[in-house]
Write a protein that binds this ligand. Structure first.
Ligand code: UDP
Length: 399
């Protein structure tokens, strides 16, 4: 298990000292994180490392997952889409399902916690019991709420207002909820299996196991199979790229227990790919950190064609590995990809294809973008920086 001290090699001595200093002021505080899935997606990815780190720093930390049924996760996925501006139908029975499951989970809340952190909208209904609880409640909105439908916002925001503060990845996401707001972009763990350095023999073993030919450059997108990640658009982009430069496409991803649409999207993707031997679709189990690490490293170009993106940790992960990334300039990607410097931004299928072709034809551009990308992540989006920000927020809230 990685220790806080181990991050000195990437973060420097001073940051680690600051972390210990802040942690001393929070020693013994009870923190409860509540979200909607243990695996799959960015929130679980963050909590997997944040929770042990907080524990090591001397806080008493629990991570609980709201218990819902299929109906509930269908409703919350609809809300998720509505946050991202997708037109959805919200019916009174759906709202009833949300209220019922929220009520059934009230017992999940630690009555003695000093801090309750509700991640995203799925557990937000628990804030109903905030008025009788002694702790500070924080709503951590990991997704882009800018175009949320009025109907869904009017339903959910009263619970967000009951919280004591809210946290957003980028300033543009902040909502006026009549309480304190914090900006805290997430981060990747540079020492975790998914991001650590790997040896050539590890790479070779994974590539052999996944059966990926390396005779042509690989264009790679790693993502849950979600329409908002536009996997079909990636296939169309790839077809344009291939007219210019021979290459292969790898689309790799898995599901998340709180995302019931994944199977359907995967099926649509397979139809779109139509058994093209140069399109490799990989369904990854949740234990695929090394595989993702290797796929990102062997990519000639990593793409992220998201329609919306709360932050886009897959972008951060590829940038950390000094890969040239071409991504849609949406949501949290905009603070990661500085066009022409830390990657290339591309707003359409044609633009993305052109940008990928440019990189495939220009190794020195690929090299420069990759190096800048790694520096940008190192300065802004690595776990110790994120952890320090967390501690600052908790110290402020503690008062
Ligand atoms: N991820 C994974 N397996 C998959 C697909 C994604 O472990 O099959 C990880 C990915 O490496 C990243 C996170 O899940 O760490 C996805 O976070 P991101 O912010 O990119 O998107 P989200 O899924 O939260 O919308």
């Amino acid at each position: 298990m990685t220790r806080i001290m181990d991050y000195q090699v990437v973060a420097g001595e001073q940051l680690i000292e600051e972390i210990y200093e802040l942690a001393r002021r929070l020693a013994g505080c009870r923190v409860q994180h509540i979200n909607s899935t243990l695996t799959g997606g960015g929130v679980a990815e963050i909590l997997k490392r944040l929770v042990p780190m907080m524990q090591e720093a001397g806080l008493e930390v629990r991570w609980d997952v709201i218990k819902g049924d299929e109906d509930f996760f269908r409703v919350t996925k609809t809300f998720h889409n509505a946050f991202h501006g997708v037109p959805v139908d919200v019916t009174p029975p759906m709202l009833d399902v949300y209220r019922r499951i929220s009520r059934e989970n009230y017992d999940l809340v630690d009555p003695r916690a000093d801090f309750i952190i509700l991640h995203d909208q799925q557990p937000l209904g628990l804030a109903e019991i905030r008025p009788g609880h002694p702790g500070r409640w924080l709503w951590y909105c990991h997704i882009d709420p800018v175009d949320v439908s009025r109907e869904v916002w009017d339903f959910l925001s009263p619970w967000a207002r009951l919280c004591d503060a809210s946290i957003y990845h980028i300033p543009a996401y902040a909502r006026n909820l009549g309480h304190r707001q914090y900006i805290m972009p997430p981060a990747i763990d540079p020492l975790a299996e998914k991001n650590r350095e790997v040896t050539p023999s590890e790479i070779a073993a994974v590539i052999e196991r996944l059966n990926i030919p390396l005779d042509l450059p690989l264009v790679v997108q790693i993502s849950r199979f979600d329409r908002l990640k536009d996997p079909l658009g990636v296939v169309q982009t790839f077809r344009l790229i291939r007219q210019e430069v021979p290459c292969r496409l790898v689309l790799a991803g898995g599901g998340a227990t709180d995302d019931p649409e994944g199977i359907q999207v995967l099926q649509e993707l397979r139809e779109e790919a139509a058994h093209d031997p140069d399109i490799i679709i990989l369904e990854l189990p949740p234990t695929s950190d090394l595989e993702i690490n290797v796929l990102q490293r062997v990519a000639a170009v990593v793409v992220q064609k998201s329609v919306r993106e709360g932050f886009g940790l897959t972008v951060t992960e590829a940038m950390w590995k000094s890969r040239p990334v071409v991504a849609s300039p949406v949501g949290g990607i905009t603070v990661q990809i500085i066009n022409g410097l830390t990657g290339l931004a591309a707003a359409s299928t044609e633009e993305m294809a052109r940008a990928v072709v440019r990189i495939l034809r220009d190794p020195s551009l690929a090299e420069k973008l990759g190096q800048n990308a790694r520096e940008h992540v190192k300065k802004n989006f690595i776990l110790p920086i994120y952890f320090k920000r967390w501690l600052e927020i908790l110290v402020t809230e503690k008062g």
